[in-house]
Design a protein around this ligand. Structure first.
Ligand code: 8YV
Length: 326
């Protein structure tokens, strides 16, 4: 009998056909929550899950006694109880590499648009306010030649820094758990303690994954350490930042501006002041959201689940400790 997969992420027809050659696939479009009764029932028979943006809890795992593998259509895995999955021998796979460059493009988009006030000034035209030549009230800040401070220097952080160093002649600082000598050679990047980096950087760009160690890594104290001309960019996860402290720092002029793709709660509430602030560029978590990259991420998830359920090691396995299975 074919193993059963529940697909709740966006897969194209070809990808579904590919999965259906080996597996029985139940598709759940627009699944809002794991409490959906049909999904809940199907979990009882599921060997694999393919999707994203669903919080996987131990209670959900209890409802899926046959589950062997989860292929997330994301690189981040903060939605998953990794240790619990490992304890149960369930493989967790993600989609690194294929989204690195696209997400770095989004990071640089935020750097550029916050510095040059692109969204605010596009609104200025839209509202008919461009009546005379623009003046100092509309000037922004340079990006080229400035200091870019990367908080986290993994694949996406390095790709943003590469754009800055090679495309914009920026000086690169980074704070990271481990030193990155190859990137120091390639980009002239210099490692700093976080506090030092915050005081030196013109742009502070957060790319660390969310974990118990990084939750609220950047709060009131950290904003106070930044220059008042600093531009803060978050392309990682909203919970890495104390959002109330960010709003306070922007309001008080402790930092100049922010470019944000991620928020403490998503979708962002209309009540949040952030998207209404002139010095904030807020995007609806579009880091990897291009046709090309989302297709590539879904394909990686298809490849991962196919391998996992056929007894082969997946291409991108998060919990290597769950492999090989006992
Ligand atoms: C996706 C992401 O938006 O991969 C990640 O970790 O944050 C994004 O690429 C998200 O996970 C939904 O697929």
């Amino acid at each position: 009998m074919k193993k059963r997969i529940l697909a709740y992420g966006r897969l194209n027809d070809e990808q579904l056909r590919e999965l259906r050659r080996d597996f029985h696939v139940d598709v759940f479009t627009n699944l809002e929550s794991a409490d959906d009764p049909a999904f809940r029932e199907a979990l009882g028979e599921a060997h694999g899950l393919v999707g994203a943006s669903l919080s996987i809890t131990p209670a959900l795992l209890d409802a899926a006694p046959q589950l062997e593998a989860i292929a997330s259509i994301s690189v981040g895995y903060d939605n998953y109880p990794v240790e619990e999955l490992t304890r149960r021998g369930i493989l967790l796979c993600n989609t690194p590499d294929v989204l690195t460059e696209t997400t770095a493009d989004t990071g640089f988009l935020l750097i550029m648009s916050a510095a040059r006030r692109a969204v605010e000034l596009a609104e200025f035209i839209k509202h008919g306010e461009w009546q005379t030549s623009i003046g100092a009230a509309q000037f922004g800040s340079d990006v080229h030649g400035k200091t870019l401070g990367m908080v986290g220097f993994g694949r996406i952080g390095a790709a943003i820094a590469r754009r800055g160093a090679l495309g914009f002649g920026m000086r690169i600082l980074y704070s990271n758990a481990s030193p990155k000598p190859a990137l120091e050679d390639e980009l002239g990047a210099r490692r700093r303690e976080l506090d030092e980096l915050l005081g030196e950087a013109d742009f502070v760009c957060v790319t660390v994954p969310l974990s118990a160690e990084t939750e609220r890594l950047i709060g009131a104290r950290e904003f106070a350490l930044m220059r008042d001309s600093a531009i803060f960019v978050n392309i990682a996860r909203g919970k890495v930042v104390d959002e109330a402290a960010l709003i306070a720092a922007l309001t008080a002029g402790e930092i100049r501006a922010a470019g944000l793709d991620v928020f403490e709660r998503e979708p962002l509430s209309q009540d949040s002041p952030l998207p209404h602030m002139a010095n904030v560029v807020a995007l609806p978590h579009i880091g990897s959201a291009t046709h090309e990259t989302r297709t590539a991420m879904a394909q990686r998830a298809v490849d991962n689940i196919t391998r996992a359920l056929n007894g082969q090691r997946p291409i991108s396995l998060v919990n290597a400790a769950a492999w090989p299975r006992a």
